[in-house]
Design a protein around this ligand. Structure first.
Ligand code: TAP
Length: 481
């Protein structure tokens, strides 16, 4: 494992020589000491990215040439899929099959954007019909420049892929900072990009603290665009920093996403999707459907089945076979989630199941799958992101009430509805104020489809062709003929 920063195509020690420890959340053991980048290191990385963009010709390469590098990175990830998934488990805590899936998806993301890079060659310009015949005009797309990407710890490699792949496809160069908690697979990505022969400076990966390395990226005058996934407060800081020199910004922030289940839904299917929607990745998912609304006719039966199934979930070290729920990512996250459960109880919520540390674990940041009922509508438990395996559930009577409750949130990342009545499901889907809507399921995510939120859940869309647009400018060229 690497103990250095990847800057300008080389592994380098941080200027000030700092380091920080990475802990396995299942064992609480220190598994790595990573390099802590300072503002000086970030400055060197940004200048390398600037040179690669302005002078070395990365943006001038044909899309198909950039696609070859992206394809090679995808291949490099696949060639070491199991090894990288193992790192993700010991770093983040998630069960191995989930990590394995994430790694495969990250490779798929590089392949997808390789395809879009090639397509840029096919549509280099769009003619514009002008009313004034003395002029001709066309629009072309150009890369934004140097992109600063800051990512969270819940999907470490995948979040890196969601930002690096479209940025490189568009012709941008990148400085990426992973979360301190989970830096290991980003360093592997740097090694893979290096093996793929990516030119120096095109991708730079700096590990380190958000308040130091992250802040230095967002403050840097030579960064043209910031792409961020993480918490709302840091998202606000990024917008404020970007406002100073009008950097382009895309933000994917948190949510408190509703899942509306009508009384014609199959209870077993609903329970399965509800559990997937909140317990996958220990509930540390921005789009987790953490507020479940169930029509009153089936509420009691569904709740009973949900509690029964939640209690059966096998908890343990993500490396053990059959484990479905691993530890939370860090002691801090674990304490925050417990504090949220305690606050929910104090506000009047009832713990239908979970709410405790599971028995038999001496080490590790484990929390039982938790279902809360009676959380008051004005409580933090109902309104704020908990980012753990904690679900709030309540009954509703009418479609109108369900939509009102679902949309009564400052967030608008995702929403789900389940009903056998297709017309009703489509109607409710249309009424949700959210960027991602699932019908009869929760959480399936596709590289081809736009991902992002309404309201305080963010700005801009990642993935699909929308993800590429984040890294492109539009230029008008008009000629007097
Ligand atoms: P954040 O602080 O938002 O961390 C996300 C990223 O931003 C990390 O790489 C972090 O670096 C970096 N960062 C922190 N301060 C920064 C600054 N001043 N300038 C630039 N970058 C900065 O999230 P967290 O503290 O890990 O988690 C807190 C809560 O955020 C969670 O409980 C959860 O509710 C929410 N969260 C949401 C998401 C998604 S996907 N929406 C993901 C993670 C967390 P370091 O961590 O290395 O310091």
């Amino acid at each position: 494992m690497r103990k250095e920063l990847y800057i300008d195509g080389q592994w380098v020690a941080p200027v000030k020589g700092g380091a920080f420890e990475i802990v396995n959340p299942a064992t609480e053991e220190v598994i790595h000491r990573a390099a802590a980048a300072s503002a000086e290191d970030v400055d060197i990385a940004v200048k390398a990215a600037r040179r690669a963009f302005d002078k070395d010709g990365w943006p001038k390469l044909a899309g198909r040439e950039r696609a070859r590098y992206l394809g090679a990175i995808a291949e490099g990830i696949r060639a070491r899929q199991a090894e990288i998934a193992h790192l993700e488990v010991i770093d983040n805590g998630k069960p191995f099959p989930e990590a394995d899936w994430d790694v495969a998806d990250a490779a798929g993301c590089f392949d997808f954007y390789a395809g879009l890079a090639e397509q840029l060659d096919n549509n280099p310009e769009e003619p514009i019909a002008l009313a004034d015949a003395r002029f001709t005009s066309k629009a072309i797309k150009e890369p934004v420049g140097v992109a600063g990407a800051i990512i969270p710890w819940n999907y470490p490699l995948l979040m890196a892929a969601w930002k690096v792949a479209p940025a490189l496809a568009a012709g941008c160069t990148v400085v990426l900072k992973p979360a301190e908690l989970t830096s290991l697979t980003a360093l592997e990505l740097a090694a893979i990009a290096h093996e793929a022969g990516l030119p120096p400076g095109v991708l730079n990966i700096v590990t380190g603290a958000g308040s130091v390395a992250g802040q230095a990226i967002i403050d840097h005058r030579q960064v043209d665009k910031l792409a961020f996934t993480g918490s709302g407060p840091v998202g606000s800081k990024i917008m404020a920093a970007a406002a100073r020199d009008i950097k382009r910004v895309s933000l994917e922030l948190g949510g408190k996403s509703p899942f509306v289940v009508f009384d014609d839904a199959d209870i077993e299917e609903a329970v399965e999707w509800i559990m997937f929607g909140i317990f996958w990745n220990q509930g540390q998912v921005c789009s987790a459907t953490s507020r479940v609304l169930v029509q009153e006719g089936i509420y009691e039966r569904l709740l009973a089945r949900l509690v029964e199934e939640a209690k059966k979930i096998r908890i343990g070290n993500g490396l053990e076979e059959g484990v479905l729920l691993g530890p939370l990512v860090s002691r801090r996250q674990y304490e925050q989630v417990f504090a949220a459960i305690e606050a929910a109880k104090a506000a009047g919520a009832t713990v239908a199941c979970g709410g405790k540390r599971p028995a038999g674990f001496e080490k590790g940041y484990y929390i039982e799958p938790t279902v809360l009922t009676n959380a008051p509508l004005d409580s933090d438990a109902w309104r704020e992101e908990i980012f753990g395996p904690v679900l709030c559930i309540r009954p509703f009577s009418s479609e109108e009430e369900a939509i009102e409750l679902a949309n009564d949130s400052r967030f608008g990342l995702a929403a789900a509805v389940m009903s056998k009545d297709d017309i009703r499901a489509e109607r409710v889907a249309a009424a949700f104020r959210a960027g991602i809507v699932w019908i009869n399921c929760s959480q399936p995510t596709f590289t081809e489809a736009p991902w992002g939120g309404y309201k305080e859940s963010g700005i801009g869309r990642e993935l699909g062709r929308w993800g590429l647009e984040n890294y492109l400018e539009t230029k008008q060229i008009t000629k007097y003929v």
